[in-house]
Design a protein around this ligand. Structure first.
Ligand code: ZN
Length: 57
């Protein structure tokens, strides 16, 4: 496991150490979704892009 900080509320978010880039993790405190970036065993997160509910069109 690895801990990263929520971009919005700074709460700790635990992510699997084998998480892959592009995976979405949700902050358990504020619900903000983050996109994981895993580079050279260093895991960071950024705000996930807003996803409209138009997938599959
Ligand atoms: Zn948060």
């Amino acid at each position: 496991m690895a801990d990263v900080s929520c971009v919005v509320c700074k709460s700790e978010i635990s992510v699997e150490s084998d998480v892959i880039s592009g995976e979405i993790v949700e902050c358990s405190s504020c619900g903000q979704e983050h996109e994981v970036h895993a580079v050279n065993n260093s895991i960071s997160v950024a705000l996930a892009p807003e996803i409209e509910e138009t997938w599959g069109e």
